[in-house]
Design a protein around this ligand. Structure first.
Ligand code: GTP
Length: 231
């Protein structure tokens, strides 16, 4: 499985050049970078995990090296600091991102490292909390946000132990990526009040779209806590 890691070089040093009245500038910069990494990833059929904003993970199975090079070179224009980028491989996405992170540590600013690796099928799991709108209206905005963070911690713990990766999507939505051999394990213990749409495809954007389609099918029938779409 393939992951392209992008490091914003000396990001902390850049933040410190902004003075104390800087947090709003940092948040604005991170939102802009998140906008462009999502737009550019969609163009090459990849999917980004913005993680901590100063280091990005691009799910890259089924994505061409030409496409990753395009994304990296375009993204440079929107970063306040030089970038470093490395594509690596692993038996799990967690192993692939650990390898890509070690690789990017060794690169010079603006350097990109790409190699030819075999592609695996992409498995995306769109998890969503039941009746979150009702919960929000009967409690409060922040109480519902705290609930989504509690759910994220539980899902993160489980999918990480299976070698998978998770991104919070906003609202009560979470996207997980993991190996096909872990689907049964994940479904064996779906936390109460959650549903999971699973999408399988040959690239990340397609797999995510199918996972959202599967989630919609659950809402339409309400006859199961999970559904899978792979065509
Ligand atoms: N990122 C993302 N956010 C979504 C999506 N659909 C809904 N949301 C957000 O999630 C919040 C809750 O939406 P839903 O999950 O559809 O509402 P719900 O009340 O939980 O309804 P059910 O899930 O059908 O039980 C919305 O206010 C949006 O902020 C999606 O596909 N992706």
């Amino acid at each position: 499985m393939k992951v392209f890691a992008i490091r914003l070089h000396h990001y902390r040093e850049w933040t410190e050049t902004l003075g104390y009245d800087r947090e709003w500038k940092i948040q604005k910069t991170q939102a802009k970078l998140s906008f462009f990494v999502n737009l550019l990833s969609s163009r090459i059929w990849a999917f980004p995990l913005v993680t901590r904003f100063d280091n990005l993970i691009i799910i890259s199975d089924g994505v061409s090296n030409k496409g990753l090079s395009f994304l990296f070179n375009k993204l440079k224009k929107y970063s306040p600091v030089p970038l470093k980028g490395c594509l690596s491989f692993g038996d799990t996405l967690r192993e692939a991102e650990e390898n890509a992170s070690r690789c990017v540590n060794e690169l010079s600013p603006q350097e990109i490292w790409l190699e030819d690796y075999p592609d695996s099928k992409v498995v995306a799991v769109h998890a969503d909390v039941d009746s979150f709108t009702e919960f929000t209206e009967s409690t409060s905005i922040y109480t519902s946000f705290k609930r989504s963070m509690d759910v994220m911690i539980e899902l993160q713990r489980r999918v990480y132990s299976m070698g998978g990766l998770l991104q919070y999507l906003g609202g009560d939505n979470f996207m997980m990526f993991l190996g096909e051999n872990q689907i049964k394990n994940l479904l064996s213990e779906i936390p109460e009040g959650l549903k999971m749409g699973i999408g399988i495809c040959n690239n990340p954007r397609c797999a995510v779209a199918r996972s959202t389609e599967a989630l919609t099918r659950i809402r339409e029938s309400r006859d199961s806590r999970w559904k899978l779409v792979d065509v």
